[in-house]
Design a protein around this ligand. Structure first.
Ligand code: ATP
Ligand code: MG
Ligand code: FE
Length: 335
């Protein structure tokens, strides 16, 4: 089964062709980061315009890379949400046009289901499993009993972890997106600044990062006022330590409580070196559980992950009709 996937939920225009949900045939990602950089974040109108300009080219490039025609494609999978509605609409409309023109089944996919299914390029899933999703808009622990079944057992009550990284980076005058810059700085820093960790209720798997973010911003401002110098490397290392401590501790606790066979890391922040290293360290001690960590190129937004999730939905018989619409608030548990 060959699925063509389309992803346009934020600032990447991406198209991929995937065989049997795990074999990459083509994977094209056109990033707009350069256009958004000078605004310090993604500007929705600019994102939509770029998607319009790029989508046809990216589709053509993917088909060329795969050396295929639409006769070879079995279905079109597209991110229907969540994300920026104007950005999503470009992908959804392109997918509808292709499905209609070539008479192919159309399948709407949840963006976070895609991030989770990026792991399918590395391994078969073993259920039950737990996914730690850490991205620009999401921070959640997702329990999966079987393919296509998603139960959110914990999620952020305020900022997503990627959002906190980007805001802390901004406070340190680092370019957007700031996550990778903080990650790089943290390597050369020491954990010298005492920052809060939001554990919340004792049995909760929810997260909260706004308090930590504010604490970092206050630390920087107070130091400035007093004319003190804080090494950005130390601040980055201390911030990252707080984030990783909470993420990893809650993931390990959920792994034991839910007795899962696999733990998958997913989302843009999965590219974080500190997080990857600490998870590897902790899961070495839990040798009955497989920890799966995707390569960097599959952590951030791409369409291969959408095609991979699309394959499972296709096999389960899920079909969308031409009335498919973008849904910026799509709920993964309803998918
Ligand atoms: P969502 O997937 O929730 O809709 P998104 O698609 O915008 O949001 P992703 O593309 O999955 O988010 O991830 C982007 C985020 O990942 C940004 O916040 C970026 O700063 C962060 N990020 C990327 N690399 C790293 C890194 N090495 N360390 C920390 N954060 C990182
Ligand atoms: Mg992005
Ligand atoms: Fe994403």
């Amino acid at each position: 089964v060959i699925i063509l996937g389309i992803e346009t939920s934020c600032d990447e225009t991406a198209v991929a062709i995937v065989k049997d949900g795990k074999e990459m045939i083509a994977n094209v990602v056109s990033s707009q980061i350069e256009s958004h950089k000078r605004f310090g974040g993604v500007v929705p109108e600019i994102a939509s315009r770029h998607h319009v300009e790029q989508i046809t080219l990216v589709i053509e490039e993917a088909m060329k890379e795969a050396n295929m025609t639409f006769e070879d494609i079995d279905a079109i999978a597209v991110t229907e949400g969540p994300g920026l509605v104007g950005a999503l609409l470009i992908g959804v409309n392109a997918a509808k046009a292709l499905a209609f023109a070539h008479d192919k089944p159309l399948i709407g996919i949840h963006h976070i289901a895609g991030h989770i299914y990026a792991n399918r390029f590395l391994t078969e899933f073993k259920f039950p499993l737990l996914a730690l999703v850490v991205s620009g808009g999401h921070t959640e622990l997702v329990y999966m009993r079987e393919h296509g079944s998603f139960e959110v057992i914990g999620e952020t009550r305020d900022d997503a972890v990627g959002e906190a990284y980007d805001k802390v980076a901004r406070t340190l005058s680092l370019p957007y997106p700031g996550g990778p810059h903080i990650d790089r700085l943290a390597v050369d820093g020491s954990v010298t600044i005492d920052l809060p960790r939001a554990w919340l209720e004792k049995d909760s798997y929810d997260f909260s990062f706004s308090g930590l973010k504010s604490a970092v911003i206050n630390t920087v401002h107070n130091a400035k006022q007093r004319g003190q110098h804080i090494k950005p490397e130390d601040l980055a290392a201390s911030f990252q330590e707080s984030v990783i401590d909470v993420l990893v501790t809650k993931t390990v606790r959920a792994t034991k409580e839910y007795d899962v066979k696999q733990v998958l890391l997913a989302g843009g922040v999965a590219a974080n070196k500190g997080l990857r290293a600490r998870l590897q360290e902790e899961f070495e001690m839990l040798d009955e559980v497989d920890l799966i960590i995707p390569p960097l190129s599959l952590c951030t937004d791409n369409a291969a992950m959408i095609a991979a999730a699309g394959m499972i939905a296709y096999e389960k018989g899920k079909r969308s009709d031409l009335a498919l619409n973008a849904n910026s608030g799509l709920d993964i548990e309803q998918c």
